[in-house]
Each structure stands twice: as C-alpha cells, then as structure tokens.
Design a protein around this ligand. Structure first.
Ligand code: SF4
Length: 659
C-alpha cells in the first residue's frame, strides 16, 4: 500500500494493520502530508480495503474509513469524500502509530481515548461532509438529494430539511479572480465565491489508462450509456510501452467502451493524455480528469478520482466547493539561460523564501494546498509553454490552476488544433460527432475571440510576486521532493548517472534544444540518456528533422511516445542512481529504487547528460548561449495548420458526413 516505510510501518504493513485491528476499534489513516497532488481512487481503494467497512449485499466494494492529515492532497480528499470516508485536515503531531483516540466530529476535537486531553482541534471542510458520510459517499448523496428534490417538487412539497445545506459563501462585494469567473461561467453566474458549493458544467473530461478501467466500472455503476459532458477523451499513455497482459486487454476493450458512449479514444503509442487533451480544450471552460496532472493551460480543470470523473462524464457536471486562490504574478524580464522550467521551480522557491511553504513533511506549510494557483505576468507564452506552469500545480497540491494568456497564442493554438481534429477524422479516430462538435465550438470562439479576465479588485488568499530580473541561475528541484528547490550553484558538480528527457512537461522545442547540444558530440554521452517525446506527432516531426538520428548517434535510448520513466512502474532507472529528469515529480523511488532525482529543464538535463555531472553556471551558459543563437529554429511548436501532411489529410476528411 505504501511504497516507502513509515514510522512504525515497515516491511509488513498488512500484519501491522491486522495487529492494530485486534484492539477492537476502527482504524484511521493518519499522516503529516497525505498524498501530494496525486493519490487517485487506487490510493483511496487501499485505505477503504484495509480500513473501511463492507457494503451489505455488494461484494468486492467497501466504503467508510477515516483519514486525518496535516495536509491532505485535494484529489485524495475528494476521492475519500466520494467513498463516504471521513477526511479531516488537522494538526496530527500528537498522534502516533497505535494510539487510541476519540474523535468528536460535531465538536471538532480529538482526545486521547477515555480522557479529556485534547490533542487536536479541527473544523470540517464543509458541513455537507456529515451527509456524505451518512449517504456512504458524495455521489450517492448528490443523486439521492436530486431525486428527493424532484419528487418533492412533483408532489408540490417544500424543500426537504433532511439534508445539510452548503453554507452560503460570504459575499465580499469585491471582484472575482479568473478562476472564479471561469467556474461562474460554467454555472451560469458572473463568478463564484470561495467556499460556495456549485456544480459547474464539465466541457472536457479526460481519462487515462491506469484509472480508465476503474472509471469504466464507475460508469457501469451509473448505468451510463452516453456521455453528457461535451467531450470525453481516453488515453493509453501510461501502459502502452511495457504492457502487462491485463493492460493489453484494456487496450483492446476500453476504446470501444468509450467511443460507444460518445468519447474520443486515443490509441496505444499516441502519447501523453495531457499533450493531446490540451489540444481539445475550449477557452474559459471547466473540466476534470482522472489524472492529477489534468491542469488545463486554457480554462480550468479540477482533477478527480475515477468515481467523480465517471460522474462528470456521465452527467456533464461536477460537485465543487470553490477553493480560494493564490495569485503568482511574474514581472521583469527573463534572464539569459533561464527557461520556463526554472520559472516553474521559481514558484515554490519564492513561497519558501516568504515562509509560505516548507519542505519538511512534519508540520508542513503549503500556501498552495487545496487552493487554485492563478498565474499572471507571462501573457505571451505559447499554450504548450503555459501547460508547463499549470501542469506543475499538481506538485504544489493546488486544486487547479489558471494561466492568464493573451488571445494571440490561443488563436494560434486553436487554429492548429482544428486541423489536428480533422486529421484525426481522416486517421479513423472517433467519436466523429464529438470531434466535429468540438471543431464547431472552436471555430465559434475564433469567430469572436473573447477571454475572461480577473477583476482588478479580486481577492486572493495570498499574492506572490516573482521578479524575473532576480532569477539569474537555473533552479532545480532536489532529491527527492519537488518543493526542495535550489539554485544551480548549490548543486553544481554532483555526479549524474542517468538523464530523462520526456513527460507531459516537455514539448517539441525541448527535444530540438537537447538535439542541438547532442549534435556536436563525437562520442556517445557518458550517461544513460532516455528520450520520450510526449506525442507521436512530436516523434514524427523530430524524425523528419533528423533529431532521431542525432539521438541514436549520441547513444540515447528512445522510448515510445508516452509517460515512459515518469510513470514510475514501467521502465526504471538503475537502483541508487543519480538522475536529472524533466518529469513532473521526484518522490522517493518513483523513477527507480533508491534513485536520487533532480528535476530541471530539458536544456540543463541535456548538458548534464553530456558532462555526466550537474554543470557549473559557466559550463551551463556556454551550452545555453549556443541554443540561444538558434532559438527561432529550436522553439517552434506544432502548428498543424501550417504542416502540409496534416492539412492535406484534414482537407480530405472534412467536411464529414455523419449518419
Ligand atoms: S507524463 Fe508523468 S505526470 Fe504526465 S501524465 Fe504521464 S505519468 Fe502523469
């Protein structure tokens, strides 16, 4: 259940759980930090399975359970809610393995068993949580409440007073943030206040292959025969390169299941869920996905567990307690050699310097946890670049992320994506009606391109300003915590064994940049270098431009487009190796057993692969300056509407006739 030993829970966790159960009390799962951004239904399932209770007459499913944490990652928290468990954020420093405690959910306190000694106080995140526990989960509650309302309306009765009503959020009378406006628009309102319960319309929903089978089961439980969400997409990026027999079955059966309900199904080998789904988004709309990195670069998403993803896909809405927002505002000019990945790392770095974030797990502070991270000050980024920023909001444990962009990059992106969609139809992808509908919606936006903007007097839980003039060296996340950010000079010289350039954090520009540096080598690199482009379109273009030849000559191991090493339980780096990776997270043992992993830009990773160590600033700049002189050629993005092989295919497929 846990990849790493915990205090009092080492090599035989199941025996320990059995031993604790002998005490005769329900077990609670307690941690300083529970989940970090991720922890989907599979994690919740483990807690339910070992600490929950049977559901009468329903075999192989359990519900209930208790989870207490100093910080509980939003997706973990929500999935516990969906399962009828009781998750509570509180100070758990007085709780140790094997303690017996009394929890008073109505009074908001925890005492030592049979004593008055209060060891923690808390407030439930919402009063509706009590109903969710009573109803055995948030989804049964929403369905039961909706049916009750409709039945009472039909009978001419007043609203039921049986249910806890969400507390009305305080209206400060101030303006709205961008996220609050986007969610408001999805609810037919000008904006929603933090704390307000709402059910925004889900315009785009994503499902990936490790959670897809669970989502399929949940869809069956909901008797869903057709999706109400406008676009649902299924990917196969996590399991395609090294599938187990069970994955192969999923590859064969899940596409039809999704397409029969109106979803779009990708194919094994196509690439990473987000690099595809981002290209299917509409500006200023709301969505979700069963992958914690579902972090739209345009619009906003609130990633969720497979139960809620199924609910959103089936019903077209999703329950949401609107979180507060933290604004990160960049100002100044990017300095020489600094990349967007350094700005990703600059966000936790700035928060640490202001005392708003701590690296230490015990008593961890994290200003972003459970809040929406809203980013301003880089409006001309390409949408592919904006995703680097929004993607990493998962590592901050933020519930969602917005990036304020100008219209121009979005117009460019949508024009490219319309061609991609038409090419997909020509390539035999379905569901054609869904693809066609989305093309129409994209065109409608392009005909009148308007974007929402935050009000000048919008309120934020915190505002963090980052002066780009002050970031003069690359910033790396150090082993093994994405929050542990240090400047290059603090870690230069550390020996590097392996380098990974890939994951949803990368785009084609990163591979060209690496290729330009590798091209000059006369010998293969001294490290083990892994290259995995995010999509098959990137792979094809890099091949056409000769980069695969360079990668081959430099001794790189090229992987099928997809998650590759980032996924963590397929191909792995060598035990106890030291690695520079462009992937999203460097939690202990994720890339390889005992591996020490630095997270850095593709540019810095490429230099490390050549030198076999983390470069000094001078060494790095020599290479960075080289790339700089070729920047226009290197940092070009996939504009399908300007690529003949895609436009020709698109023209022959469109307009389509749908029976
Ligand atoms: S590349 Fe990594 S972070 Fe991105 S979707 Fe795949 S496993 Fe998740």
């Amino acid at each position: 259940m846990l990849k790493n030993p915990r205090d009092g829970l080492t090599d035989k966790p199941l025996e320990k759980i059995a031993e604790l159960k002998q005490l005769g009390h329900p077990l609670a799962y307690v941690g300083d930090v529970v989940g970090t951004g991720s922890s989907r239904k599979s994690a919740t399932n483990s807690v339910l399975w070992h600490m929950g209770q049977d559901i009468p007459y329903i075999p192989n499913k359990r519900n209930g359970g208790y989870c207490f944490g100093g910080k509980i990652a939003p997706i973990f928290f929500n999935t516990m809610e969906d399962a009828g468990a009781l998750p509570i954020e509180m100070d758990v420093s007085q709780m140790n393995m094997g303690d017996v405690i009394d929890v008073y959910p109505y009074e908001g306190r925890v005492t030592r068993h049979d004593s008055d000694e209060v060891i923690a106080s808390f407030e439930l995140s919402t009063n509706v949580l009590k109903d969710e526990v009573r109803a055995d989960g948030r989804i049964p509650l929403i369905i039961g409440r909706g049916l009750t309302d409709r039945a009472r309306q039909a009978l001419g009765l007043s609203d039921s007073d049986l249910f806890e009503k969400p507390q009305a959020a305080e209206d400060s009378g101030k303006g709205y943030t961008l996220a609050q406006k986007m969610v408001g628009k999805a609810c037919g309102l000008d904006g929603v206040r933090p704390g307000m319960y709402c059910e925004p319309k889900m315009t785009t929903v994503g499902s990936q292959d490790t959670t897809g089978p669970m989502t399929r089961d949940e869809l069956k439980d909901l008797a869903c025969l057709g999706f109400s969400a406008d676009l649902v997409m299924q990917s196969f990026c996590h399991t395609a390169p090294y599938p187990k027999p069970v994955d192969v079955v999923t590859h064969h059966t899940l596409p039809d299941f999704m397409q029969n309900r109106g979803g779009i199904s990708l194919r094994p080998g196509d690439g990473v869920i987000h690099s595809w789904m981002n290209r299917m988004l509409l500006p200023d709309t709301v969505g979700t996905g069963g992958d914690s990195h579902t972090r739209f670069p345009i619009g906003i998403s609130f990633p969720a567990g497979s139960g809620l993803v199924a609910f959103a896909a089936a019903t077209g809405v999703m329950p949401l307690d609107m979180p507060e927002s933290v604004l990160v505002r960049f100002k100044g000019d990017m300095q020489q050699g600094i990349t967007l990945r350094d700005l990703v790392n600059a966000i936790p770095y700035a928060a640490i310097q202001r005392g708003l974030l701590t690296v230490e797990k015990q008593g961890k502070k994290n200003v972003f946890s459970g809040r929406v991270l809203e980013i301003e000050g880089l409006p001309q980024l390409k949408v592919e670049q904006a995703f680097e920023l929004s993607d990493a909001s998962a590592e901050r444990s933020a519930s969602g992320c917005t990036v304020k962009l100008d219209k121009e990059p979005i117009i460019e992106y949508l024009n490219s994506n319309i061609t991609m969609f038409k090419w997909m139809i020509n390539e035999g992808y379905g569901d054609v009606r869904t693809i066609t509908r989305r093309i129409d919606e994209m065109q409608k936006w392009l005909d009148n391109p308007e974007l929402l903007e935050a009000d000048a007097d919008a309120e934020y839980a915190e505002i963090i300003e980052i002066d780009l003039n002050q970031i003069t060296e690359p910033l790396l996340a150090c082993p093994n915590d994405p929050d542990d950010i240090k400047p290059l000079s603090a870690v230069a010289g550390d020996k590097i064994d392996e380098v990974f350039i890939g994951s949803c954090m990368t785009n084609i520009g990163h591979f060209r940049a690496a290729g330009k540096l590798l091209e000059k080598l006369e010998e293969p690199v001294v490290t083990r270098l892994w290259i995995a482009p995010p999509t098959k379109m990137d792979e094809a273009q890099l091949t056409a431009e000769g980069y695969y030849n360079i990668f081959g000559r430099s001794g790189a191991r090229t992987e099928m487009p997809g998650c590759s090493l980032c996924m963590g339980n397929q191909a792995r780096v060598a035990e106890n190796s030291t690695v520079v990776s462009t992937s999203t997270r460097n939690f202990p043992n994720r890339l390889g057993k005992g591996a020490n992993v630095y997270l850095a830009s593709a540019e810095l990773a490429a230099v490390a692969s050549i030198l076999g160590k983390i470069p000094t600033m001078d060494e790095y700049l020599q290479y960075a300056n080289d790339i700089n002189t070729m920047a226009d050629d290197v940092y070009r993005y996939l504009n399908f509407n300007e690529m003949e092989n895609y436009t020709a295919a698109a023209d022959s497929a469109f307009p389509v006739k749908v029976a």
